[in-house]
Design a protein around this ligand. Structure first.
Ligand code: GLC
Ligand code: MG
Length: 244
């Protein structure tokens, strides 16, 4: 049986270069054949490839990019997933509704894709009310979509069926890997959907308050709060759940 390791990149696998290298070596030397390695990131495919090259990350078996809006295997987009997300998703109508919110600044065109509309908010206390108001407008307009708010700044609008968690469950089912053999790792709001799946999860010590708050309210014995940051925390979680 294979183990499924699904990790966020920024501030989880990447963030402490020494830790990343130690984990890479461990995976490469004796675990690589036992583990199906998946990266789940908010980054676009192109930006993820740059990070993989720059930080000398291992090539993953699958890449969940754009907060779950795209899944790649060997550089090829999963068209079944794309088709699934395209149902009940009116990108143009949603984008024109979001434009009415002057606080929402569109992120660069490189961060947009057919199933992800991303904005940034300036740091401000009322940001979560802006996000709530946007959600309400979408609901009133009967436009199915979910909003993922991270770092008190990033606002991603995705199809209801998308997000990192749903994407990883799609892969987990396809690969038939049981929940106790699936470990997810993350640090921020766009990782919450991963912890909500039938999996084990490690929250790295440097996690943002939005994820720590979720853990306080909804965490179970399947969620481990690591004492160490970034990839050291991933290794701690692997030892805790898998005794690796
Ligand atoms: C990454 C993406 C950005 C997204 C953010 C939060 O930074 O590049 O588009 O908004 O993650 O999910
Ligand atoms: Mg992160």
């Amino acid at each position: 049986m294979k183990f499924l390791l699904v990790t966020d990149l920024d501030h989880t696998l990447v963030g402490d270069d020494e830790a990343t290298q130690v984990l890479n070596q461990r995976l490469q030397s004796n675990l690589r054949s036992k583990i199906c390695l998946v990266y789940a990131t908010g980054r676009s495919y192109a930006s993820t490839c740059e990070l993989i090259a720059h930080k000398q990350l291992l090539e993953p078996d699958y890449l969940i990019a754009g907060v779950g809006s795209e899944i790649y295997q060997d550089g090829i987009l999963d068209l079944d997933w794309a088709e699934y997300l395209s149902q009940d998703w009116d990108k143009m109508a949603i984008a024109s509704l979001a434009q009415q919110f002057s606080q929402l600044k569109p992120q660069s065109p490189k961060e947009q894709n057919p199933w992800k509309i991303s904005y940034s908010l300036e740091p401000a206390a009322e940001n979560s009310s802006t996000v709530q108001a946007l959600q309400q407008k979408l609901t009133e307009s009967r436009l199915p979509a979910q909003i993922i708010f991270s770092s008190n700044r990033d606002v991603d609008i995705l199809p209801k069926t998308s997000n990192k968690g749903n994407a990883l469950t799609y892969l987990q089912k396809r690969l038939q890997i049981p929940s106790e053999a699936t470990l997810v790792c993350g640090d921020s709001g766009n990782d919450i959907s991963m912890f909500q799946q039938d999996v084990r999860g490690v929250i790295v010590a440097n996690a943002l308050s939005e994820l720590l708050e979720w853990h306080r309210e909804c965490g179970t014995e399947n969620h481990y709060l690591a004492g160490a940051a970034c990839a050291w925390g991933i290794m701690e979680g692997m030892a805790y759940f898998w005794e690796f």
